[in-house]
Ligand binder design. Structure first.
Ligand code: FAD
Ligand code: GLY
Length: 353
């Protein structure tokens, strides 16, 4: 039996670890329980785009994305100061290419082909113009996860890997403990951050949406911006790796790459950036996005007074990580007057499951 911490976090993905790191800043003792190794779920599989505009988020989710994107430089700085390691954060801009000219001349974000070629000479002939979002960017989500875990550990978060949480022990409106593969554990407060697997523990409507991905290596590092085309996005890392994603499949937790998935990613990407056809393929992988109805994440309150939830981040969990960590921490502290909590209060009180 471990000493009961103030908060037990279930799930060692970006949401669980980022929130644990934020909670210890306020003097809380925090333990994270991860059944596998931390950061091997969707947070490892992702492309790491920070793309509220290119992803065309709307309304409150766009506001959440823009606020979180603005928190990224400071958040990364803090993690890098603790670990001394780069997280591959790069405000490189994202282009959403168009294949036909916009009927109304386009918005102020629209650039025609000749303007785009000055920035991205590698564009294929079918690109006639596109929306250029200079404030969208990327982070190397795998480096970030490694560094977040290091930072959390060095700030006193206890991380227990290989511990499967199997159920909640509920009395009236409170959790009095959880069952795990290593016995029963207790805490003052609990945070559920189990991504696409959340339905195993609570009746949330979170479903997996599989994404297949692959990567190339470009020794010349020619591409310096993300190109977010229909059916394929192309994310060049600063180290020469180019990440290509992703399918969106409603196939449960079916593992593996498919020929059709790879074929469609390659043909969509090569149509937009033809020189990719000459590069060697480095690796392929897949992951499971935590999809929730209307693409709204479950954040904050549940019907159990000492159980908070942070799941259902679907396509934008890397982007939304800093703001989620802030919101969930302030919510757990009971600091409902915090300006960011006030701004997103309606999102925080939706998850009464
Ligand atoms: P996860 O990272 O999946 O972590 C959940 C963790 O909980 C896992 O480690 C799991 O093992 C653990 N767990 C589950 N059940 C239990 C249990 N019972 N006991 C103990 N541990 C448990 N987002 C972006 O912002 N930008 C992108 O470019 C982007 N691209 C993506 C591309 C793909 C192909 C995919 C799949 C996702 C992408 N996303 C992107 C989305 C993003 O990856 C997710 O929204 C985010 O990683 C979710 O984080 P999480 O911590 O909730 O889940
Ligand atoms: N946000 C990119 C993806 O989920 O594929």
């Amino acid at each position: 039996m471990i000493m009961a911490p103030d908060v037990l976090v279930v799930g060692g993905g970006i949401i669980g670890i980022a929130t644990a790191l934020e909670l210890v800043k306020f003097g809380y003792s925090v333990t994270v329980l991860e059944r596998d190794k931390c950061g091997q779920g969707a947070s490892w599989a992702a492309a790491g785009m920070l793309a509220p505009q290119a992803e065309q988020l709307q309304g409150e989710l766009l506001a959440l994305g823009i606020k979180s994107r603005s928190m990224y430089p400071q958040w990364i700085k803090e993690i890098q100061e603790i670990t001394g390691l780069s997280c591959g954060y790069w405000c490189c801009g994202i282009l959403v290419p168009c294949f036909t000219p916009p009927s109304n001349g386009g918005s102020s974000d629209y650039h025609d082909r000749s303007q785009l070629l000055q920035r991205i000479p590698e564009l294929g002939e079918k690109v006639v113009g596109g929306m250029w979002y200079p404030d969208d960017g990327q982070v190397d989500n795998r480096q970030l996860m490694t560094n977040l875990v290091l930072a959390a550990r060095s700030r006193g978060v206890k991380i227990m890997e290989g511990v499967n949480v199997t159920g909640f022990d509920i009395k009236n409106d409170r959790l009095v403990g959880i069952s795990t593969s290593q016995g029963a554990l207790q805490a003052g407060h609990y945070l559920l951050a189990t991504g696409a697997w959340s339905r195993e523990l609570l009746p949330v409507q979170v479903q997996p949406r599989k994404g297949q991905m692959l990567s190339f290596y470009d020794p010349d590092r020619r591409l310096k911006q993300v190109v977010y085309a229909p059916g394929a996005y192309i994310v060049p890392r600063q180290n020469g790796t180019i990440v290509l994603g992703a399918t969106v499949e409603d196939v449960g937790f079916l593992p593996g790459m498919t020929a059709g998935g790879v074929a469609s990613l390659l043909s969509n990407a090569i149509g937009v950036v033809p020189y990719l056809a000459d590069l060697s393929i480095q690796s392929t992988w897949w992951g499971f996005r935590p999809h929730a109805p209307a693409e709204l994440p479950y954040l904050g309150q549940t019907k159990y007074t000492n159980l908070t939830i942070g799941t259902g981040h679907y396509r934008n969990g890397i982007l939304w990580a800093p703001i989620t960590a802030h919101l969930l921490t302030q919510w757990i502290l009971g600091n409902h007057q915090d300006p960011i909590v006030s701004q997103f209060r309606s999102l925080l009180t939706m998850a009464m499951v």
